[in-house]
Design a binder for this molecule. Sequence first.
Ligand SMILES: NC(=O)c1ccc[n+]([C@@H]2O[C@H](COP(=O)([O-])OP(=O)(O)OC[C@H]3O[C@@H](n4cnc5c(N)ncnc54)[C@H](OP(=O)(O)O)[C@@H]3O)[C@@H](O)[C@H]2O)c1
Length: 263
Amino acid sequence: MNEQTALITGASSGIGFELARCFARDDYRVVLVARRLEELQEAARLLHQEFGGVDILLLPLDLSRPEAPEQLYAETQRRGLQIDALVNDAGFGETGYFADTDMQTELRMIQVNATSLVHLTKLYLRDMMARNYGRILQLGSVASFSPSPCQAVYAATKAFVLSFTEAVQHELKKQRSAVTMTILCPPPTDTNFFQVAHAEHTWAANHTASAREVAEEGYDAMMEGAARSLPTLAAKANFFSSLVLPDSVLATLMNTQLQEVRH
Ligand SMILES: NC(=O)c1ccc[n+]([C@@H]2O[C@H](COP(=O)([O-])OP(=O)(O)OC[C@H]3O[C@@H](n4cnc5c(N)ncnc54)[C@H](OP(=O)(O)O)[C@@H]3O)[C@@H](O)[C@H]2O)c1
């Protein structure tokens, strides 16, 4: 019996749910975080159905509120939970010309995708370093590698996550810490993402990878302590083209993927 605990934000659907499934399969106790309680309850029901006695704690929380990371940390402390694996998966996008999109939505996006990720990492990393054990998985994207016209703020949050993660990975090595941090950079993936981001009629939304496949690759990479996970050929192609092509060309390619297609 595995005595370890994993905390997964954004665990109610999509890639986050599939990551929670990997932990449940491996007998971790799982702490599932997202805003909507009913969705979390449905996720828990599915995990119980598949894995029987898995220990599940649901903590509904809106990570767009600046105080949410401290509240989450305080709640896990109050319950005496040691977090052995932290997955910062919660995130969303928005689509459209920056001049036209809603500023409040984008400020919430920066808070959820970037600020809360940094804050939760700070809180739990310190405890992990004190124990010299722990794994952190950050959700980047293929958008981490390129500017993305029509998802300008979203891609900028994911570029931030990549830069932040790579810098801390370097620090952990220098400090000879056994704590590992991995970034998962999925290609377009079949989840609620495109609907939430108002991008369901784009080329990308119609050329998606499976959330389970993406999550399992990310999970394995995290367990191996790998620096990054690039699931599927599409993610690898995005990464390698970002090494050789100028940003202006990458921006055009990303923009093409967000063109509307009608069937
Ligand atoms: N799907 C893709 O093509 C793709 C590609 C690359 C990277 N990603 C990244 O993968 C991660 C997961 O996305 P997904 O594709 O699995 O989409 P998803 O199915 O929409 O899942 C998003 C998750 O985040 C939670 N969430 C959203 N806003 C939140 C908030 N304010 N506070 C707490 N939780 C919040 C959602 O639950 P509630 O709505 O109940 O809060 C849900 O559990 C995101 O970081 C996304 O940027 C996705």
